[in-house]
Design a protein around this ligand. Sequence first.
Ligand SMILES: [Zn+2]
Length: 117
Amino acid sequence: MSQSPKARVIESTMTVVDMNTGEEHQRSFNWHAMPVAPHLCQICATDHDPLILHNRDSVYYGIMFGNFFGRGPTWADAVAHCSDQIKEQCKTFLVAKGAWSEPPEGMTPIAHFGEHT
Ligand SMILES: [Zn+2]
C-alpha cells in the first residue's frame, strides 16, 4: 500500500478586523498545500516544457510566490528562468497583447523560489 502524499505546511498571517470596534489584529495560520503531481512543473503546477515560461496565472504559483515574496508573480518572473531568446519572444508576444507585467520598481524578477531554487 502506498503512502498518501504529505501536505506542505506554509506559515502565514492574516488580518482579522473586529466588526464592532474596527480594530485590526494579526493572526497566524497555516496553509496546507497538497504536493504538485510529479508530472507537472513543481513551480507552477502546470504541464509545460521546463525550458519555457511558468504559468503566471496558476493559482498554485500565485499563492506560493506570494507567500514567499509578499507580492504576486509577474510575467517577468514567469520567464526569468528561460533563455534570453525565449524571454524576448514571450515578452514581445505579451507586450503585443497588453499583458506583460514586471515586478514593482526596484525589484528584479525571481526565477525560482523556496525549495526549488
Ligand atoms: Zn512552471
